[in-house]
Design a protein. Structure first.
Length: 307
């Protein structure tokens, strides 16, 4: 089977899981109107004050590929790269929360390590990623084209250009998925500085799929400690990554779940998160895969409103 067939089967399997009997923790009855919107696991999440700003910083990667390693040699001095796998941001994981932010009247600013135009992950552009829904794919592509025309998407701000003073003007920060963060976000000191600001001020911080890998950058800034030690976090799971390694990549890649757990995060993974449940702990809202994109975006906005 081709990579595209494997990807289509993967997303169709996610959509066709049986409904869970466990009742999720919700804040509003309206969140039950659509599938997965109410899938929220809350941990130590006090009510937050309403920020005056309606500006959101969106963190992008400059990478258009990521390294794939020989099986059994993905880390340490014996690491042996066998190829670069084309990648970038995962369209659905960016476009769905972005659309919700724009509909809610938020002004978005895109930023990346060196200001390169973000590259979409080729797999995320396929109809397989949308389970054959041509119109949904077109709608999300149109959102990105609008951002290129109106919001400087093609030339993001460099991390280093955003001062500590300017960071105070943002209500929250969002990091979409795609494998690209594995290459240039986990060890970036400027990104660590940025995330340390949002962490220190307890401003809503949302990350999806491979996006939470960027949290590791906090080890390279400030006091050089991992800012989210002890936080409950959901990300692209090692089980899902191993499926991609076998079906698509033909080698090993860095694991988001394992990397964060090693630094002291309490990872929340399983059937629920694979089906779109999101995890909330203090200022963080995190999710596993594209199925969680909508519910994560909605909860992120609620938190910025102080709800």
């Amino acid at each position: 089977m081709t990579c595209r067939h494997h990807l289509k089967n993967f997303f169709l399997n996610l959509r066709n899981f049986p409904k869970l009997k466990t009742r999720p923790s919700i804040r509003k009855p309206s969140s039950l109107l659509k599938p997965f919107h109410s899938h929220l696991q809350q941990h130590n999440s006090p009510k937050m004050t309403t920020p005056s700003s309606k500006k959101v910083l969106i963190i992008m990667s400059d990478a258009s590929s990521f390294p794939v390693y020989k099986p059994g040699h993905s880390s340490g001095p014996s690491a042996e790269q066998i190829k670069s796998q084309p990648s970038g941001y995962f369209l659905m994981e960016l476009a769905k929360p972005l659309s919700l932010l724009l509909e809610s009247g938020y002004e978005v600013t895109f930023a990346s390590p060196t200001g390169k135009e973000p590259t979409p992950d080729p797999l995320s552009l396929s109809l397989a990623a949308f389970a054959g829904n041509f119109y949904e794919r077109k709608r999300e592509l149109d959102v990105i084209e609008r951002m290129k025309r109106e919001n400087g998407f093609s030339s993001p701000r460099k991390f280093s250009e955003i001062s500590d003073e300017e960071l105070k003007t943002f209500a929250g920060v969002f990091i979409p998925g795609g494998h690209a963060p594995l290459k240039d976000l986990g060890d970036n000191p400027e990104l660590g500085r940025i995330l340390n600001h949002f962490h220190g001020e307890k401003k809503p911080t949302a990350a999806l799929c491979h996006g939470p890998y960027a949290f590791l950058s906090t080890k390279y800034a400030g006091d050089k400690t991992f800012a989210y030690k002890g936080y409950k976090i959901t990300a692209w799971s090692d089980v899902e990554e191993k499926f991609m390694e076998t079906a698509v990549f033909g080698g090993e890649v860095k694991k988001v779940e394992a990397s964060l757990r090693e630094e002291g995060a309490e990872m929340v993974e399983g059937v629920k998160t694979a089906l779109g449940w999101i995890t909330e702990d203090r200022e963080l809202v995190t999710g596993d895969n594209p199925v969680a994109a909508d519910s994560l975006g909605r909860r992120f906005i609620e938190k910025m409103k102080g709800e």
